[in-house]
Ligand binder design. Sequence first.
Ligand SMILES: *Cc1c(COP(=O)(O)O)cnc(C)c1O
Length: 358
Amino acid sequence: MSTMRPAHALIDLAALRHNYQLAKSLSGRKALAVIKANAYGHGAVEAAATLADLVDGFAVACLEEALELRRAGIQQPILLLEGWFEPAELELIQQHDLWCVIHHHGQLRDLEVADIRQPLTIWLKLDTGMHRVGFMPDEYPLVWRQLESSGKVRMHTHMTHFARADELDCAATEDQLRLFQHSINGLPGETSLCNSPATLAWPQAHGDWLRPGIMLYGATPFSEAQEAADQLQPVMQLDSRVIAVRQVPAGEPMGYGARYITRRPTRVGVVAMGYADGYPRHAPDGTPVLVNGQRTQLIGRVSMDMLTIDLTDLPDAGLGSPVRLWGQGLNASEVAEAAGTIAYQLFCNLNRVPRFYR
Ligand SMILES: *Cc1c(COP(=O)(O)O)cnc(C)c1O
């Protein structure tokens, strides 16, 4: 490895297990580990294998993601969060015993004409205010009853999704919860409402099945400190090294577009990490970076393969010094906030860098 480009992601699988167990301990009930989008860039097969003996099931975005897991030998329940997109998928869904969300009328029509050999396990989606997918509250009980009597499905769980659970003092989550409870009143079945922020901060909404995603990877969904979120352990360490050091006089431009002008004689470290690796190109000057475990900052625009940092106040740092872009000691959420995005996107954008597992 010493002869290779030093940029890499080190994935701490013990931290992943810790974070799942934290989610479970908060409700004491069941939790689907959400590992869609290649486990938010962490590697879906590796994440699933790591969690397999702990989880009640997994959730992914589509059949292709579920099949990858089944091919890798994952036997736990897998929920397709948007169900099927084309009726032709129903064949493989049955073959591989996948659970399906039903969220719109087109899927009901598909079911009517589908050849179903054994009943599908269905999570029915109720739109309580997110207004993205799901049946409206006034039609929901009828849809549930009709599906129940179709003989083609096993009605399993009432499901909804919160739009603003990451806002700790926002009443919208309570409103959605009340509408959910009102809408399913009198219907049999289990319940599932909570993504990561709701799992962490809205215990009154926990229900039967949590659906934690981002928290499994150790990034807080909140922009402020929060007791449960503060116990999360970062899973991905995005690391590299200083590959060049130079002394630049005061008043000199740095990099593309001369976005940063040195304010003092500056010792600049060049790091093997760029936007082609998934580091955000729009990260501003001042975005935090760790060198030898000490904080410093990005200066100048991020380029495709390199970025530049200020080493002036870190005299011990130099050529070859280890650099951490996010991970232990620097939560991806903090970097995301500086760059005007969210940790979800930083993780999902990971590219080119090799992943190593610990
Ligand atoms: C992605 C997703 C989740 C997980 O959300 P996080 O905020 O990452 O915890 C939960 N439920 C549904 C329906 C999702 O699509």
